[in-house]
Write a protein that binds this ligand. Structure first.
Ligand SMILES: Cc1ncc(COP(=O)(O)O)c(C=O)c1O
Length: 472
């Protein structure tokens, strides 16, 4: 028989037969444990108070207290001072589980230097709260209605101003389409390219594999273009109508597109009646005094500029934007409407407020200093402790490419050594489209750990490299 109850504070469904008195607290504990193990009660979930659970179940409070104690001893629950009882994170403490039950997933690595993430603990929570309060006080009622598929006018106006000032983009609000991340933006562009005569998109090789996948899923063919120390090799683009490029800081190699190549690329677009998609994913983080501006300014009718908050604020926001050639605005806006009407209004308005109040700039400047320091520390520790490796690419962004001679360990050996140090790393090998062999490397995301975890992560990295190189 199943008992179902609700409490005045929390609703909770458990399968437990509590009709018999004998072993009641054990059966209650087993039901809660089952809910935790199947993931219905996730790590961190707040449990009802013993008093309200006892009331709803119509059992003695002592029965619930006893069940909670059993679960706490077995590591399923933890009492957090001041905020009651919560579900513990089993992955973090697999040894705390009862014997004989295999953990649902292995323990999460203690350190993480995978690329793609900013330090999300730096998220400007106070500024975001202030901006949210203001938006909720002042937003017109129509902001809560369906709106323009291109996004909120306040955000498009703020972005046009910001992108022109900070990134040298030629942007008017009417050319901007706000998207659910660059991931969605690329999918929308792919839909438009799918309707063109040559439905083929070129990608730099290496590049982020998910993006090639998104484009193929939209029905396009993809081709690869080579990258050298000057960035994308324009003469290797092949028969494509569109090319995706990361000119400021090639992902993942880290090189910049040279001035000559920028011009060559625009000439290619004009001659091929093609379009260049400029993925400016980390352009706000250039550490030298003369940062380069967007490629888009060279020809705003041939280049689609794409930016995102995934590195400046947090990927969880899912807020990005396209600045489009005039002819592309209508088809991309139609694709956006078909996809999801438009991006969520509240987040857009809060971001607009953050940008126009200056808080966005202040946050980026603060992060830039942090990430620059972290990159310098990474370079210094590798030079001292792992001299067989070197950092290549431009001093910018949130990741560094670490390479070594093919005579050294394989990427697999380095990843294995990292696992033994409880360190998560990414190998360059995961990014190639063309068959190898390729020289080994690591794509190190130095922005990923929280500030207090960075030293530990660096030490784990040097131990792992030591171990991997020492084997040779
Ligand atoms: C090369 C590159 N471009 C863009 C993005 C941003 O994508 P999104 O805005 O969907 O988070 C990422 C994120 O990892 C990336 O690696």
């Amino acid at each position: 028989m199943s008992s179902e109850w609700s409490t005045s504070s929390l609703d909770l469904h458990l399968d437990a037969d509590l009709s018999r008195r004998h072993g009641r607290s054990q059966r209650l504990a087993a039901a809660v444990r089952a809910a935790i193990e199947t993931g219905r009660l996730p790590p961190g979930a707040r449990m009802p108070s013993t008093r309200s659970m006892a009331q709803d179940l119509q059992v003695a409070r002592g029965t619930v207290t006893s069940a909670y104690e059993q679960l706490a001893t077995a590591g399923y629950l933890e009492v957090v001072h001041g905020s009651g009882t919560r579900v513990a994170d089993l992955r973090a403490r697999p040894d705390a589980r009862e014997e004989g039950t295999p953990p649902a997933a292995g323990p999460a690595p203690r350190w993480n230097l995978r690329p793609g993430l900013p330090d999300v603990t730096l998220f400007p929570r106070t500024a975001w709260v202030t901006a949210t309060q203001r938006v909720l006080r002042e937003a017109p009622a129509e902001a809560l209605d369906y709106g323009d598929p291109r996004g909120r006018p306040e955000l498009r106006a703020a972005l046009a101003h910001y992108l022109g000032r900070a990134r040298g983009v030629v942007a008017q609000p009417e050319r901007i389409v706000v998207c659910h991340g660059y991931t969605q933006a690329l999918g929308l562009l792919a839909k438009v390219v799918a309707g063109l005569k040559t439905p083929t998109m070129a990608f730099e090789d290496p590049s982020y594999p998910l993006f090639r996948e998104i484009v193929r899923t939209a029905g396009l063919a993809t081709v690869s273009a080579e990258v050298d120390e000057e960035g994308l090799r324009v003469d290797s683009i092949g028969p494509a109508r569109a090319v995706v490029v990361t000119p400021m800081h090639q992902y993942p190699l880290g090189v910049a597109l040279s001035r000559a190549r920028r011009e060559q690329l625009i000439a290619w677009a004009r001659a091929a009646d093609g379009v260049v998609i400029e993925d400016d994913y980390d352009g706000e983080f250039q550490f030298h005094p003369k940062p380069s501006g967007a490629l888009q300014a060279l020809d705003p009718e041939r280049v689609v500029y794409a930016g995102t908050t995934s590195k400046t604020l947090a990927p969880g926001l899912r807020l990005a934007w396209l600045v489009l050639p005039r002819d592309w605005v209508e088809p991309v806006a139609v694709a956006k409407r078909i996809a999801d009407q438009h991006s969520a209004a509240l987040g857009q308005m809060v971001l607009a407020q953050l940008i126009s109040s200056g808080a966005y700039d202040r946050h980026i400047r603060r992060c830039r200093t942090r990430y620059r320091d972290r990159r310098q520390r990474l370079a210094a520790i590798l030079a001292e402790k792992a001299p067989s490796t070197e950092i290549v690419g431009r001093s910018a962004g949130l990741h560094a490419l670490v390479r070594w001679s093919p005579e050294g360990p394989t990427e697999r050996e380095v990843l294995q050594a990292a696992r033994r140090e409880s360190l998560a790393l990414s190998a360059l090998g995961d990014y190639w489209a063309a068959e190898g062999p390729h020289a080994p490397g690591l794509v190190v995301g130095y922005a990923t750990p929280p500030q207090h975890g960075y030293t530990g992560a660096l030490e784990a990295l040097t131990r792992a490299l030591d171990r991997a190189f020492g084997r040779r």
